[in-house]
Design a protein around this ligand. Structure first.
Ligand code: PEP
Ligand code: MN
Length: 340
């Protein structure tokens, strides 16, 4: 259940309440909003809910008690109705300003990464993406540069000031990747890797949680709940397309997911039109559609020479295409109440 406190509730009241709930064996999570604090109470049996909520409502500093029937509570909208803004080295994700994450699918060399980083920065991107540990459907494809790639990302951040987002695939690598990354990416193939979700939940590093390519929105929300239940609330959701009967595009970008997530959750949502379509020519249109639908930003693949890319070349934007897309999005943003 979610306990909404009155605006007058003091720190002492919050402490009294949390001590009381913990003493009864419940998990307690606190969301401090600008106006009021909301306390999430986890582990209450259905049979206890009515009596407990009545007791809590009687407390002078409790305004409302909401019983949540959904299987995800901490990432659900009622826990933070005003929405979550995640601060990544000063870049605010989920606020009025749109967030543009851009960079190569995979780090291939110092030159490739640095050139791309400088260009996307110059065009106004806020976050640099790049994979050092790559998931691959085939065991024979390139699996990334590993720690060498992470070092290059750190070098690109040093030079451009752009925070970095990069994927972690294995629980054994979380500690290492977290030493470099500003945002840990959980890829589509790992959305239901619960050990990985728990491990990342134990850190406090922001997470970009991609939707599984065959996952329901409800399952995706529960994957986010895994991370939040460990105390890491810095979660950014990412719609990256799902598999449907259509094969013309690599995936089908689920535009519905954007406003659905806004209804269900307080977490920011980012669109990935690169994996969502698999074709560079379609990326700007789907980026614009996602932003019009309410996405908080996009993550796109950019490569200096897509025809030579080791991975995901066909969906990677050339520099000129990225520049054009940015101009288009800059015109669009104010029409949907956002800045860029
Ligand atoms: C990627 O971002 O390059 C990637 C592998 O994404 P996804 O997990 O969505 O396929
Ligand atoms: Mn990719």
């Amino acid at each position: 259940m979610v306990i909404v406190l009155t605006p007058q509730a003091t720190d002492k009241d919050i402490e009294e309440l949390t001590d009381n709930l913990k003493a009864r064996g419940f998990g307690v999570h606190i969301s401090r909003g600008v106006e009021r604090t909301i306390v999430g109470c986890i582990g209450v049996l259905d049979s206890e809910k009515a009596a407990l909520s009545e007791q809590l409502r009687a407390l002078p500093y409790v305004d409302q008690v909401i019983i949540i029937s959904k299987p995800y509570k901490l990432v659900g909208r009622p826990f933070r109705p005003e929405g979550t803004v995640i601060d990544v080295r000063g870049v605010k994700i989920g606020g009025e300003q749109l967030t543009i994450m851009a960079g190569p699918c995979t780090i291939e060399s110092e030159e490739q990464l640095m050139q791309t980083a400088r260009f996307v920065k110059q065009m106004g991107a806020h976050i640099l993406r790049g994979g050092a540990y790559k998931p691959s459907t085939s065991p024979y494809s390139f699996h990334g540069m590993g720690e060498e790639g992470l070092k290059l990302l750190a070098q690109a951040r040093e030079e451009t000031g752009l925070p970095i987002v990069t994927e972690v695939m294995d629980t054994r690598d979380v500690e290492l990747v977290a030493q470099y990354a500003d945002i840990l990416q959980v890829g589509t193939r790992n959305m239901t890797n619960f050990s990985l979700l728990k491990e990342i939940g134990n850190t406090r590093v922001p997470v970009l949680l991609k939707r599984g390519w065959a996952s329901l929105i409800e399952e995706w929300m529960q994957a986010a709940e895994y991370i939040a239940s460990r105390g890491n609330y810095n979660i950014i959701l990412c719609e990256r397309g799902i598999r449907t009967f259509e094969t013309y595009t690599r995936n089908t970008f689920d535009i519905n997911a954007i406003p659905v997530v806004k209804e269900l959750s307080h977490l920011p949502i980012i669109a990935d039109p690169s994996h969502g379509t698999g074709k560079a020519s379609l990326v700007p249109a789907i980026a614009a559609a996602a932003i019009a639908a309410g996405a908080d930003g996009i993550i796109v693949e950019v490569h200096p020479q897509p025809e030579r890319a080791l991975k995901d070349g066909p969906q990677s934007l050339r520099f000129e295409a990225f520049e054009e897309m940015m101009q288009k999005l800059r015109r669009l943003a104010p029409a949907v109440g956002r800045s860029l």
